[in-house]
Design a protein around this ligand. Structure first.
Ligand SMILES: [Zn+2]
Length: 95
């Protein structure tokens, strides 16, 4: 009985530790801009950023959000935002 209890306790501690290290969607949303910056610079050496990236790769909603952020960052860098006219034409065509 005592052994089982101890085992269970160890198990709980392990779960708690895993959870503490795990990046959640909230963390992801908070830091995704930083991750985009890091990726654009090709510098993702920080453990924290790697954990974030891992979450993005495993979590579909975060992956979609991240994709949009990265597209925006890329257009910023390349200065390739569509012109206002082009945007309106696109909206009219699709509407
Ligand atoms: Zn997520």
């Amino acid at each position: 009985m005592r052994l089982t209890y101890l085992k269970l306790e160890t198990f709980m501690i392990k779960i708690a530790r895993t959870r503490a290290d795990e990046v959640g969607c909230d963390d992801c949303a908070k830091h995704s801009a930083r991750l985009v910056d890091a990726l654009m610079q090709g510098n993702v050496n920080e453990q924290e950023l790697q954990d974030l990236l891992l979450h993005v790769l495993q979590c579909l909603p975060c992956a979609e959000e991240f994709q949009i952020l990265r597209d925006c960052a890329r257009m910023d860098t390349e200065d390739s935002w569509p012109s206002e006219d082009a945007l309106w034409r696109k909206i009219e065509r699709e509407g």
